[in-house]
Design a protein around this ligand. Sequence first.
Ligand code: SAM
Length: 287
Amino acid sequence: MALWFSETASSGHRLEWKVRRVLYTGRSRFQDIAVLETEAFGPTLVLDGILQTTAGDEFIYHEMMALVPLSAHPAPERVLIIGGGDGGLAREVLRCPWVQRVTLVEIDPEVVEVSKRYLPGHAVSFADPRLEVLFRDGAQFVEQLDPQDRYDVILVDSTDPEGEGPGRLLYAPPFRRAVARALAEGGIFVQQTGTPFYNPETVRDVAEDSLAVFPLAKVYWCIVPTYPGGLFTFIAASKGPDPAVPRRTVDWPTRWYNATVHRASFALPPLLAELLPPAMRAGAAGL
Ligand code: SAM
């Protein structure tokens, strides 16, 4: 009898993955943690019953979350990652030779430990001397940052705001204002805003509030096969450069990102554009 992992996307839609082996299950102070060896996507991290990342398709999400802001920014030397405890996003950020320091603020040390044991492809980043890992609540960390401490790029790779997990603090307006203060002049902020098919309110609310805080904010998207509905969005808010325009050349091997995909990812289908404030829709048309 085969074992299947099932995630509920909505009352009428479930996603299921065939499981070869359960590699780990446990509960930290913050969440249920499981790592499953799935037949189709390999080792898969699940937090509180929600699929987070798989060895099979994580490169899409991590390349797009890292390389869009890092190629749009003229000189991104200091990067802050909130969440991202699996290490995959930090790996893509650290492939950029112009990045000098990465601070990763992850609330749950267990996620990092589990990732080091079962997701070696993600966790390779933890060996990089440019990376500093802090086990803190990201909302608190940003709120309490020293005014001298500024970052060129801030990336929020957290669990979703739905439910009772610690991720919801990172979608509240006060956090976005604290991020704006922590962002250096010309800085770029990117946050995952989920799938518009099941949680349209997330991308809508974050987009509206980002426009109230930053001089420029745009939505871009990619396809992640293991996320509900496949279509996955990000908000890119900027204190200067247009995040839709690649300025730096990514000349190392990638499997999803390139400059053409970068530009195309800001072209929004009407279904997505209609969720956004009018000021964002206009910008979405141009490639
Ligand atoms: N790529 C995944 C996605 O888009 O759903 C996210 C992966 S990563 C595992 C999410 C991480 O965010 C988790 O390790 C979780 O512990 C962390 N996290 C959630 N809320 C946080 C907070 N307030 N501060 C710091 N880390 C947080």
